[in-house]
Design a protein around this ligand. Sequence first.
Ligand SMILES: NC(=O)c1ccc[n+]([C@@H]2O[C@H](COP(=O)([O-])OP(=O)(O)OC[C@H]3O[C@@H](n4cnc5c(N)ncnc54)[C@H](O)[C@@H]3O)[C@@H](O)[C@H]2O)c1
Length: 291
Amino acid sequence: MRYPEASSPLSSRQVREELGGADAVIVALDELDAAAISAGRNLKVIAKHGVGVDNIDVGRAALGGITVVNAPGMNSTAVADLVMGLLLALQRKIVDAHNSLLEGRWERFHGPELVDRTMAILGFGRIGHEVAKRAHGFGMRVIAYDPFLAPAEFERAGVERCEEIDAALAEADVVTLHLPSTGTGPLLGGEAIGRMKPGAVLVNAARGDLVDEDAVVAALRDGALAGYAADAFAVEPPVGRPLLTAPNVVFTPHIGAFTDHANELMGMSVVEDILAVLSGRAPRHPVIIKD
Ligand SMILES: NC(=O)c1ccc[n+]([C@@H]2O[C@H](COP(=O)([O-])OP(=O)(O)OC[C@H]3O[C@@H](n4cnc5c(N)ncnc54)[C@H](O)[C@@H]3O)[C@@H](O)[C@H]2O)c1
């Protein structure tokens, strides 16, 4: 067992240098592209310490007979908690108020309450469901867009189903993203953001490439978007990116899953699945490539 010395996420080149003759590798957001996977001469299993596998070339792994596993559902409550934290920080200007107070001022900061406001969840999977529960707890109306789920899933959760993404965008005071990276460009570009309700805010604790960050900056500057909170960025870390200087933003460095509870659940799960694969048993959470 060895840990890399470089800080995560490792680039493909760094992964190649680290892999050596390892049978298994546990990754977070490290770049496991085709070149990195090919460099693992004994590699049999790649374990994602999390959910999203957009940093892993799952197709290349399959070609090489390498199993990919992940840890679905184990960080859902952790991410959902952070989403509500980001939303409250954005709406009530908690970060600005904190910084102002530390600078010796005693200013008044105003913002909206969440009660009776509408939240649209785009991608109503495990994290989306947990966010819906929390939003209901704050007295919000929750609507969701997820074309891959049966209507009964929405009903069970007390959430209104939107057939079209535009309906969700147009009705919501808060739009929050909980779907995987599309891999084909941003889900929300300038036009889609333009269809959001005046005064609405956007929260992205999914993946940075789901939004066109330049369009977000433009919309924040001209007031079309009232705020943007993110835990995920198109480039991580987003050093020097225009987004960092935009008004009405709150950011965290991709820490959605970083709670002790989630860390323990994900760690145990991936280790058990690695041991399963290495001893010829079926893992509990294999990542299957969809056509
Ligand atoms: N910030 C973090 O640290 C962090 C941690 C975990 C996961 N995530 C991100 O959150 C995402 C969701 O995680 P999850 O555990 O809820 O996954 P999940 O698989 O349980 O749910 C994803 C949902 O998105 C839906 N979906 C897929 N494509 C869609 C589309 N084009 N439009 C609408 N819905 C679509 C799916 O049907 C599914 O219900 C992950 O893919 C990952 O990118 C971020």
